[in-house]
Design a protein around this ligand. Structure first.
Ligand SMILES: Nc1nc2c(ncn2[C@@H]2O[C@H](COP(=O)(O)OP(=O)(O)OP(=O)(O)O)[C@@H](O)[C@H]2O)c(=O)[nH]1
Ligand SMILES: [Mg+2]
Ligand SMILES: [Zn+2]
Length: 353
């Protein structure tokens, strides 16, 4: 196995190389992203790297710039102490999220991730609706989700099992496991599930124990963690950067800062995947263009009435569908929507006088 293969390089990427770039440069993987620089590796030491002028000034969208986990074309200089990045490989998967604020901007979280661990703590952080949002995001990106319920030391087993049942109710196809960094329950199972050459990432709200889990996995306190009360009083996350960490097993894992706002980004496909039972029901609606709101012969409404589908889950589906449609609108479309509303407001004011 070559050094590159040991960190995940495969035929998938090999068959997508740019002939000109591969003739001129070598391949490396992004380990971490800093303000204006990067760290890259070819499977051994990590090297400081910067973007070439062409890449820095010639890209039209921020999504064309490298993110953690990306494969890139590089040249090493000065006895391999420093590298220049010339281009980014096509991505197998790209994890991104809508950033806070009005613009439909995206922040890249990580590229070429195989499995995403969605972490929620079993005590105060647990929320099924939030979990659904994470599942949509991960499915949207074509990444396999695994749900990890943290801090199981804080709850009696019966309560843990109740919550697990609820989770399986919304994600029957997804692996779900409770664990504790404190008692180390199921940590060995998580470790043995990590496959050589595969890339993983840890997702979830601030304070759920993502970094503590990473420390449990590597068996040392290498990365900073912080009590939840401190995170709340400071109003910021403990983990602030993303870094590809190589484990002894040959697996790679990226810890991420907790997410405050989770915008769902698009495509009905992944919504349908997350809410697959709703999609299945809709095949039985009498009319093919059924809006599932008031039609006769609507299988979804019938299922809600018969208690086969929880009303709340259906409402959540509708809400996310709407949100996803809104997010797909361009900034201009959204501004026009507001503008129209302002006009209406003025119009009514005039009528009243
Ligand atoms: N009781 C209990 N506490 C835990 C467990 N895992 C983590 N904690 C505590 O939860 C707090 C937050 O843990 P972190 O690992 O820093 O949380 P994080 O998810 O990395 O948070 P951000 O980096 O801000 O996104 C720390 O005080 C941990 O000691 C657990 O299994 N049980
Ligand atoms: Mg952290
Ligand atoms: Zn219907």
């Amino acid at each position: 196995m070559s050094d590159l293969e040991s960190i995940g390089y495969s035929d998938w990427f090999r068959s997508r190389v740019d002939d000109k770039k591969i003739a001129a440069h070598s391949v490396a993987r992004i380990v971490s992203v800093h303000k204006e620089s990067y760290t890259v590796t070819k499977g051994r030491e990590e090297v400081f790297a910067e973007l070439s002028g062409n890449l820095l000034y010639g890209t039209e969208s921020a999504s064309d710039l490298p993110t953690t986990g990306d494969w890139v074309y590089t040249d090493y200089y000065d006895d391999d102490t420093h590298a220049i990045i010339y281009g980014v490989f096509p991505r197998k998967t790209l994890l991104k999220r809508k950033t806070a604020g009005k613009h439909a901007d995206f922040q890249l979280i990580a590229a070429n991730i195989d499995v995403a661990f969605i972490v929620q703590s079993l005590n105060d952080n647990f929320n099924l609706r939030r979990l659904e949002r994470y599942l949509v995001m991960v499915n949207e990106c074509g990444i396999e989700p695994v749900i990890l319920l943290s801090k199981c030391d804080l709850l009696p087993d019966e309560e843990v099992n109740e919550i697990k049942k609820k989770v399986l109710g919304i994600a029957p196809q997804t692996a779900v496991m409770e664990f504790s960094n404190l008692s180390q329950e199921n940590i060995d199972l998580i470790i043995s599930s990590l496959k050589c050459k595969h890339s993983y990432c840890l997702l979830g709200s601030s304070g759920v124990g993502k970094t503590t889990l990473l420390n449990s996995i590597i068996g040392s306190d290498e990365f900073d963690t912080q009590p939840v009360s401190k995170i709340q009083s400071k109003g910021r996350h403990t983990t602030t950067s993303r870094q590809l960490v190589r484990l002894e097993s040959g697996a790679m894992i990226i810890d991420t800062p907790g997410m405050r706002e989770l915008g769902s980004m698009s495509v009905d496909d992944s919504l349908d995947e997350t809410f697959s039972e709703i999609l299945k029901l809709s095949y039985n609606c009498q009319f093919s263009n059924c809006s599932h709101t008031n039609e006769k012969g609507c299988a979804i409404l019938a299922a809600i009435k018969a208690d086969d589908l929880p009303e709340q889950r259906y409402q959540n589906y509708l809400k996310m569908k709407k949100e996803s449609e809104f997010n797909q609108m361009s900034y201009i479309e959204k501004s026009m929507l507001v503008f129209k509303l302002i006009n209406n407001e003025l119009f009514y004011t005039l009528v009243r006088f």
